[in-house]
Design a protein around this ligand. Structure first.
Ligand SMILES: NC(=O)c1ccc[n+]([C@@H]2O[C@H](COP(=O)([O-])OP(=O)(O)OC[C@H]3O[C@@H](n4cnc5c(N)ncnc54)[C@H](OP(=O)(O)O)[C@@H]3O)[C@@H](O)[C@H]2O)c1
Length: 334
């Protein structure tokens, strides 16, 4: 079978720079992995925008189809675990990095990357969550693993109107935490309150440049999606025994801190890596997201907008400029 399909392809221009186009591809263009999947939905993550603009730390070789998320049906698989027609999710690993990703109607990946879609989610809902929702779930899991409970106080979410941030707000508030959302978008307050945030702060409110090693204890837990000075400030203001889940770097990959929050308050700085999450934890997180942690229909409606491949390019520019609110689902056609 060597069917044609369409995909967003990012190519290097001979005169320099990168261009994107929706192009016809063939199944024979895909790598020789054992699971062929017809992608119905994908989603846009910050990392996809980096891949789509030639970021060599994400994608080494071009032409390339980004898309670190995909949900659809199995067409072929060498694994006894899957049969044609099974609905599955693939996120992370090398998908969309140096393996052609979910911004195409077909992917061919190792079966070991595939997660069976839980009953409680539709394919579209699974991509409204996507890597962002999965990462938010992992971050919440880490706070709970380190003993952060709703009784201990407020949880700060930075970059709160972004994909990871808004889904962290939804999950934490569903679990009974008092969520404080930090956002750079002056008009996102009502939307974040609707998703479950109890208090809204500006980026300046959560950025301290006093040079102090410790600040007044404020946060029982933190989900930080931005890095840099906001992360450093959050660590300094975390309560004794609290935990900071560090999962992103849109503001900066740098972190300037002292050891004092760690040795005087026992604060934990917990990294979150969604791409290589081992399969048992991966399956558990998807199960949570399809059950107790699942956003309400109203939250899904408020968070996710849908585009086709033809409408994706402007969204890629918008996410790089921090202009997207919530999640962008990519509809690959029925
Ligand atoms: N560790 C992992 O496994 C993992 C997985 C997924 C994503 N990530 C990372 O997590 C981060 C967020 O990803 P995402 O997909 O949620 O991206 P996103 O949808 O673009 O959200 C990022 C949000 O950060 C805020 N922001 C943007 N620029 C900023 C700046 N200069 N300073 C402070 N805040 C800024 C904005 O929210 P406000 O306007 O509300 O402030 C923006 O909406 C990215 O760095 C991504 O690479 C990591």
């Amino acid at each position: 079978m060597d069917q044609e399909f369409i995909a967003l392809v990012v190519s290097e221009r001979s005169e320099g720079g990168f261009e994107r186009s929706v192009t016809t591809r063939r199944l024979a263009d895909l790598p020789a992995n054992d699971a062929l999947i017809r992608v119905r939905y994908s989603s846009l993550n910050y990392k996809d925008a980096l891949s789509a603009t030639g970021h060599r730390g994400v994608t080494r070789r071009y032409p390339h189809t980004p898309g670190i998320d995909a949900a659809g049906e199995v067409v072929e698989s060498a694994s006894a675990d899957y049969k044609p027609g099974d609905e599955v999710i693939v996120t992370g690993y090398d998908l969309g990095m140096n393996t052609p990703g979910g911004f195409g109607q077909y992917i061919r990946v190792p079966s070991a990357w595939v997660v069976r879609k839980p009953e409680g989610l539709t394919l579209r809902e699974s991509m409204a969550l996507g890597t962002a929702g999965f990462t938010a779930a992992l971050s919440v899991h880490q706070l709970r693993r380190h003993g952060v409970t709703p009784e201990q106080g407020d949880v700060l979410v930075s970059g709160a109107s972004g994909g990871v941030g808004c889904l962290a707000v939804v999950i934490l508030s569903k679990l009974g935490y008092r969520v404080v959302a930090a956002t750079g978008k002056a008009d996102a307050g009502d939307w974040l309150r609707q998703l479950g945030a109890q208090e809204i702060l500006s980026r300046d409110d959560v950025r301290d440049s006093s040079g102090k090693a410790l600040l007044k204890e404020r946060w029982a837990g933190v989900v930080d999606t931005v890095g840099g000075e906001i992360l450093a400030t959050a660590i300094k203001a975390t309560k004794r025994g609290g935990c900071v889940a560090c999962c992103g770097n849109v503001a900066s990959p740098e972190l300037h801190t002292t050891v004092y929050p760690f040795i005087l308050r026992g604060v934990t700085l917990q990294g979150v890596d969604s791409a290589e999450t081992p399969m048992p934890l991966r399956a558990q997180m998807w199960c949570n997201l399809a059950g107790e942690w699942k956003p309400s229909p109203a939250a899904f409606e408020a968070i996710a907008q849908t585009v086709t491949l033809d409408g994706l390019s402007p969204m890629i520019d918008a996410i790089l400029q921090g202009r997207i609110r919530g999640r962008v689902v990519v509809d690959l056609g029925g």
